[in-house]
Write a protein that binds this ligand. Sequence first.
Ligand SMILES: Cc1cc2nc3c(=O)[nH]c(=O)nc-3n(C[C@H](O)[C@H](O)[C@H](O)COP(=O)(O)OP(=O)(O)OC[C@H]3O[C@@H](n4cnc5c(N)ncnc54)[C@H](O)[C@@H]3O)c2cc1C
Length: 451
Amino acid sequence: MVIGGDAAGMSAASQARRMRGPDELEIVAFERGHFSSYSACGIPYWVGGEVAGRDELIARTPEEHRERSIDLRMRTEVTELDVAGGRVRSRELDTGTEVWTSYDKLVIATGARPVRPRIPGIDAPGVHGVQTLDDGQALLDSLAATQGRRAVVVGAGYIGVEMAEALIRRGYEVTVVNRGPEPMSTLDPDMGRLVHESMTGMDITMVDDAEVTKILTGDDGRARAVATTSDEYPADVVVLGIGVRPETSLARSAGLPLGEHGGLLTDLAMRVRGHENIWAGGDCVEVLDLVSGRERHIALGTHANKHGQVIGTNAGGGYATFPGVVGTAVSKVCDLEIARTGLREKDARRAGLQYVSATIESTSRAGYYPGAAPMTVKMIAERRTGRLLGVQIVGREGAAKRVDIAAVALTAGMTVDQMTALDLGYAPPFSPVWDPILVAARKSSAAVRRG
Ligand SMILES: Cc1cc2nc3c(=O)[nH]c(=O)nc-3n(C[C@H](O)[C@H](O)[C@H](O)COP(=O)(O)OP(=O)(O)OC[C@H]3O[C@@H](n4cnc5c(N)ncnc54)[C@H](O)[C@@H]3O)c2cc1C
């Protein structure tokens, strides 16, 4: 039995089905929404008009799952989990019908819920989240219904900056209101500053260090401005991208173990700790950060799909583990690419690690090759040992996915000195003869030697 019909849940169901045929394993899945196996990651590009339509974001429809003998029950919410009795209570949202269903093996893949500050006006028409395909459609309908052209995005994490791009593409004047000192708090502030400057250069109004206090509404009840601790910003539409929390209310009520970030705690096989026949994965769990050794909550589709694969293998009678993450993430706003992996300076300090950092400027291609674009790479290494701790990259085309080199180096536990000799590919259209990652590794290695 699977609760949650998106990335983690349906990956688990599909993998379990690959392992065991319908005669050996019955699979029932519950999804309270209208869609299964959809890509929330694509919503900003759908809203921005780069992806033609909603259906392109659906990897597998409920009918396609059912063809694979997965009994996927849509618009059906699991309202109670009885662990001792091995059963769940579900409610068909359109009819109100409630039933208890027993399970032998349970997969919890309930995802995350967006943070929605409890401020006046937050539920007014014209204020939109972007968590689900229904949210995306509601936002597009709202954009079509309004005459005005001013949008305020609340939150400057990756969803906030991606939505800023989407609204720019739609021809809106965009203001991004951000609680922190710089956008993209997953970067160090010096790298966040580069994002701020670039976004300002795209005619996006960046408001930092501002807490939203109220959504002001017009006579028609619709949002007309966002009030913050510093000022008021007119808005014909407001988009919220303030972050998410694990959706673990069912698990909490059932007494399952939760970590300090509110996510379910699992072992390496993604089995809920202390529960032989319950697995959990995706945005509702905490993951082990392989660099700091701590549990973190990182809501990313890339993890959710891998968790599902591991869970499906194990629930299907095989064996697989998910070792943990190094914290790799990429995003973009217009032509600016943003990437990070591993620890920021403050993460290293919090983990009690002493470190050196080095920042370099380079280009995406050989300087003489057409289209060479600037790129800033920041590298953090442990003092004395030189172990790579983290990398952040801000630049234009070709910048973001370079972070994958660092993700591999982190996973392998390499030192920055070892990285200087990495045999990376080179030809002028792809990189300078010294790739920016190699230049950063050399500078970091020198900083380690200096102590
Ligand atoms: C705008 C946006 C952009 C993103 N971009 C990226 C990106 O570029 N890269 C990346 O890696 N990640 C990205 N993500 C994150 C990614 O979409 C999520 O990490 C991923 O969807 C998590 O999958 P999941 O299955 O754990 O949870 P979800 O996708 O949230 O699915 C959980 C499902 O469970 C259902 N559910 C919950 N409770 C119940 C219940 N009690 N009964 C029945 N059903 C229930 C929900 O309706 C939901 O469909 C983005 C997310 C958003 C919102």
